[in-house]
Design a protein around this ligand. Structure first.
Ligand code: PLP
Length: 425
């Protein structure tokens, strides 16, 4: 296979005459020297361009960034700065958003098991709305109203009974799901009746999110039609279509753009009978392709007749997706980014698990050696955010690169960080 395809790289990735790749005008080789490896490098203008594209497609105050895809103070500020609201699903995510200076009124509270404390925090922050997931949560909102808290605006999360083509763990719209009020068995209508007559909530709309990394636009169109019919029937003023747009991770994949996705959703929304605010919640589509992870090769183990293992200085602690979902990735050499990829290898991490695989099988430039830098593209979503300290690995730093300047936005963890929570006698 030839060099890595452009569609898997950040917008502002450039390969110079020596074969060295830069992102946002910063050489990946230099960044690896400066910040060490592994390191997440984001193309800041790519992030901003996707935010901008989404706002242009859906309108101002209609795009809610799903923070769980990738979140830190700098990302909260960037998304808010570009006119997005923030979808938070825990008290912790809400804290990071508020702490970054994002007003509560630009946050949307999610979660299938929000605690009393999390709901109280959301109401006190005056979030834009709470997406209520279940009857127990309606009970909790009644209890909070009895405490004297203000009445929050709520949307109801509906499970429309749509099965999508994606990994089982990230399909959420089918009837057999922990999320939301099922439309098929009458729960959705019961919840709507209860919310409408309740004094403790202000029922403003309905919501669905059918799954993540969904490529088939028919799946979105199908769910959108069901939700538009429901919004018409319930005569609500707000409708949220969720997120879930898939992105290409490997050469053989191609995904719709945010703009293409919007045409399917907005054409379904044309059937809305009354003026309705239509929201979306993209996560992956905003951040995934914006970043690459740069590692250093530490060992190369050819097993004749079996395969060659190439081990790097990270692994499942910075990218658990291959382990969780069997996800595929490509690989390139930042110092020789035009190299043909001709040698089949398995890329693994340094954790004490055979399952610690970053790429199960891929073609790599021939003759990878100890000390070489390698990078996996499309690691901007659900890598850093799902990272862990397994094996007491210190989590990698995050760098935003733009116009030749690299900005450290999350520093690497230190050994001291690893014992910061330990209580010693
Ligand atoms: C995860 C999630 C999203 C974002 O999903 P992506 O696949 O990252 O776009 C949006 N809305 C809800 C409710 C989610 O749980």
């Amino acid at each position: 296979m030839s060099a890595i395809s452009k569609h898997l790289l950040p917008d502002n990735a450039v390969i110079d005459a020596h074969g060295i790749m830069s992102i946002g005008g910063c050489s990946l080789v230099d960044l690896a020297k400066q910040f060490g490896t592994p390191v997440f490098v984001y193309d800041e203008d790519h992030l901003r361009a996707r935010c901008h594209e989404a706002v242009k497609a859906f309108g101002p105050n209609r795009v809610i960034y799903a923070t769980k895809a990738f979140f830190c103070t700098a990302m909260a500020k960037l998304a808010y700065d570009e006119g997005l609201m923030l979808d938070v699903a825990t008290g912790g995510e809400l804290f990071v958003a508020l702490n970054a200076g994002v007003p509560g009124s630009s946050c949307v509270m999610h979660g299938n098991n929000k605690s009393m404390d999390e709901l109280r925090m959301a109401i006190n922050a005056d979030v834009h709305h709470i997406v209520v997931d279940n009857f127990d949560e309606l009970d909790r909102l009644d209890a909070l109203h009895a405490e004297g808290l203000p009445v929050p605006r709520v949307q109801l999360r509906i499970t429309p009974g749509v099965s999508v083509h994606t990994h089982e763990y990230i399909a959420t719209g089918q009837n057999d799901s922990k999320f939301g009020f099922n439309l098929g068995n009458g729960d959705a209508h019961k919840a709507a009746e209860r919310a409408r007559s309740s004094k403790s909530v202000n029922f403003v709309g309905v919501h669905c999110h059918i799954g993540s990394n969904v490529f088939a636009v028919e799946n979105f169109a199908h769910a959108a039609k069901i939700m538009v019919d429901l919004a018409n029937e319930l005569e609500v003023e707000q409708l949220t279509f969720g997120g879930g747009l898939g992105v290409a991770y490997v050469e053989s994949e191609h995904a719709s753009t945010i703009t293409e996705w919007s045409t399917h959703l907005m054409s379904a929304a044309e059937q809305l009978r009354k003026p309705t605010q239509v929201f979306v919640e993209p996560g992956r589509a905003i951040v995934a392709a914006a970043a690459v992870t740069v590692y250093e090769v530490g060992t190369v183990k050819p097993i004749p007749g079996v395969r060659t293992y190439v081990a790097v200085d990270g692994g499942m602690s910075d990218n658990p997706r291959p382990v969780m979902y069997g996800s595929g990735y490509e690989l390139f050499m930042p110092a020789n980014a035009n190299a043909d990829r001709t040698e089949s290898i398995r890329l693994v991490g340094k954790h004490c698990e055979s399952g610690d695989i970053l790429i199960s099988e891929t073609l790599a430039p021939a003759g990878l050696r100890v000390g070489d830098l390698v990078a996996t593209p499309v690691t901007g979503a659900y890598g850093h955010s799902m990272g862990s300290n397994y094996n007491k690995i210190t989590r990698p730093p995050v760098v935003f690169a733009r116009n030749g300047k690299a900005r450290l936005v999350v520093r690497r963890e230190t050994y001291d960080d690893l014992v910061r929570l330990d209580v010693s006698e």
